[in-house]
Design a binder for this molecule. Structure first.
Ligand code: UD1
Length: 370
């Protein structure tokens, strides 16, 4: 069996790692790794390859940034000859970024089977580019590998036949559990002078939050308010840094520290010890749930509702006042006993093996365990 794995952007890298490892351990599985180059800065890409122990990609398409149409089109054009050259049995795509849908669209027209890892998630917010990517990729895929049962339910509601869908669990949790110890060894809280004290860890990069001046100003105001309660470590995505500059917004200061984008181990090491996380990321909603760290997600909806119903996540409006109220409530709840780490079904460190089992025999039922 020959697998061609496609990754492009930061959140893909921790998802492919356990599948590559499981494929290598299984024997009889030839694997190729293609990086579209959607993310290209060393801090957004290379450092993740190092932290995760990923092999150098067999192909790097070097597509870089652009509008959605430009980026998607460039990925498709560059991916087609790669697919012709390697003729895999399966193209395996991950998550919901532009690289995911672009490569699935190329593969389906060539009659090459597609497996989608992290299928079935839905925010029901079509203004999110990722929601469009999820819906289209799931329509194209032959094998839909879901991280949680709500994914299976969403796909059934869209008329996707159950025999194409497998609940394999959460591959990102495989990586988190494998590398949590290595992340702690980086001693990031000590290096940033917050060891032993409450601090908040923040990431914000969604277009809906950072591409609108008023919303971004509200969020930066919320960070200044949060800074009056505890030190705030804000890892700033390149998109966000650019927008702050373009809008001429004052940078938060004092107890709010702006950091360059962090590597995987640095991030996990800081999240694991944080008093709270404020984010609009998809992955951090899941990681905080597993680590038992309270998370406020500055978005109106989530494609990962299990992190709210079973985990530590709570949605909050991207307004200064709403975030302030949510933070106050969290602090009260923490002193009253706090959160326990939660492991939804199949978030057990073995999802990568179940992905490989499903690919080897798509007709066999592979069931995730709690
Ligand atoms: C992409 C994904 C998003 C994911 C995020 C993680 C899509 C539609 N969005 O959003 O789901 O949560 O990655 O980071 O695929 N840039 C750099 N260096 C880089 C990459 C990007 O400076 O290595 C800057 C460029 O100015 C670029 C902007 O960030 O225009 C946005 O990058 P892009 O890949 O379009 O989307 P993200 O916002 O990173």
């Amino acid at each position: 069996m020959k697998l061609l794995h496609v990754v492009g952007a930061r959140p893909n890298f921790m998802k492919v790692a356990p599948v590559l490892r499981a494929g290598a351990a299984a024997g009889g599985v030839a694997q190729l790794l293609v990086h579209t180059g959607q993310h290209y800065d060393p801090a957004m890409s290379d450092s993740f390859f190092q932290d995760l122990g990923l092999p150098t990609p067999d192909e790097n398409l070097g597509v870089g940034s652009g509008t959605h149409a430009e980026q998607t089109a460039r990925i498709m054009l560059a991916f087609e000859p790669v697919l012709d050259r390697h003729a895999p049995d399966w193209v395996v795509v991950y998550g919901d970024v532009n690289s995911t849908v672009a490569c699935a669209l190329v593969a389906v027209k060539k009659g090459i089977r597609i497996a989608h890892v992290e299928a079935g998630l839905r925010s029901r917010d079509r203004t999110m580019p990722e929601e469009i990517n999820r819906i289209l990729t799931d329509q194209l895929a032959d094998l839909l590998l879901t991280p949680s049962r709500d994914g299976n339910e969403n796909l059934a509601a869209e008329g996707i036949p159950a025999e194409r869908v497998r609940l394999v669990g959460n591959v990102m949790v495989d990586t988190l559990l494998r590398l949590r110890g290595a992340a702690a060894e980086r001693e990031m809280p000590r290096k940033l002078g917050v060891e032993g004290s409450d601090y908040a860890f923040v990431t914000l990069h969604r277009p809906s939050n950072v591409d609108d001046r008023d919303t971004l100003a509200e969020l930066l105001g919320a960070l200044n308010d949060l800074g009056t309660r505890m030190p705030v470590l804000f890892a700033v995505h390149p998109r966000t840094r650019r927008r702050i500059g373009e809008f001429g917004l004052p940078l938060p200061n004092g107890p709010v520290r702006l950091l360059d984008p962090l590597g995987y181990l640095e991030t996990v090491g800081l999240v694991d010890r944080a008093a709270l996380v404020l984010t609009d990321s998809g992955g951090l909603q899941e990681e905080t749930t597993v680590l038992g760290v309270p998370c406020l997600t500055a978005r109106p909806s989530t494609e990962r509702p299990i992190t709210v119903t079973e985990g530590t996540n709570r949605l909050v409006a991207s307004r200064r006042e709403s975030i302030g109220a949510a933070v106050a409530e969290l602090i009260t709840r923490r002193t009253g006993g706090g959160f326990r780490p939660s492991r939804p079904e199949g978030w057990d460190g073995h999802a990568g093996e179940r992905v490989i089992a499903a690919l080897r025999d798509p007709r066999t039922t592979v069931t995730a365990t709690s």
